[in-house]
Design a protein. Structure first.
Length: 248
């Protein structure tokens, strides 16, 4: 089943989404640093923080919503959904295959972000010093942190035939996520809201978001542990939904 999902991925517009959003983040970060050299004078630290600021708050999570909706779009056309439900293969294989096939372009997004930032910082902005390896590590960790949102958006896109509604729900979650990471009163919610977990992961060690934490075991392990638990819960919920849903 995973091989079949990969074939669909090759013919999908998913890759355009996965390419455009991180490049937009790199572009805005480059422009912000170039226009504010006096205020943003910490070299690579300032640049990577500018790149991940809006990307972590909005672009990354919205990208996941778009990727999930695109991955499920074909199943809601014609009789594809009925064929899936009547398949003799275990539902868990379908659920995990969809999550995996969404995670692949998510990882590609991070690769584009890190590579684009390194190229822009070194050759466009001509920043001094070595390229920070920590930025690449954050990019990799963020893929794991994104698993809860991938699983939840996959569930929403499975249940809802509309392409736009799951994305709109994801956008609403981003708005709430911004509030949780910027407000002391709402801060506890940032540990369980998938969009906020993405924001926290992408800003590990960043100077752009207060209280984002650093690349230490004390900050990283609880974050990733929570992400894996939430992802497992979302998978279990999706399996229950698959068993309950009817042919249409």
């Amino acid at each position: 089943m995973f091989r079949a999902e990969l074939i669909k991925l090759k013919r999908s517009t998913i890759w355009l989404i996965a390419l455009a959003l991180p490049l937009l983040a790199v572009t805005t970060g480059t422009i912000n640093l170039a226009n504010n050299p006096d205020a943003l004078d910490a070299g690579w630290a300032s640049f990577t923080s500018q790149v991940t600021l809006f990307y972590g708050l909005l672009f990354f999570s919205i990208g996941i919503g778009l990727l999930a909706a695109t991955a499920w779009r074909m199943e809601h056309r014609g009789t594809n959904w009925n064929l899936l439900l009547t398949s003799t293969r275990q539902p868990v294989r379908l659920v995990l295959a969809k999550i995996a096939v969404i995670a692949i372009p998510v990882a590609f997004m991070q690769l584009v972000l890190v590579t684009g930032a390194f190229i822009s910082g070194a050759f466009v902005l001509r920043l001094d010093g070595a390229v920070p390896w920590q930025f690449a590590l954050v990019g990799a960790l963020s893929v794991v942190a994104a698993l809860p949102l991938i699983a939840i958006q996959s569930l929403l896109s499975m249940l809802l035939k509309s392409f736009a509604v799951p994305v709109a729900i994801c956008l609403l979650g981003c708005v709430v996520g911004v509030a949780t990471v910027t407000s002391d009163a709402l801060r506890p919610l940032s540990y369980v809201l998938p969009q906020a977990i993405n924001t926290r992961a992408l800003n590990l060690g960043s100077t752009a978001l207060a209280g984002s934490g650093g690349l230490t075991a004390a900050d990283v392990v609880p974050l990733l542990g929570t992400a894996l638990i939430l992802a497992a819960a979302a998978v279990a919920l999706t399996l229950a939904a698959v068993r309950a849903v009817k042919l249409r």
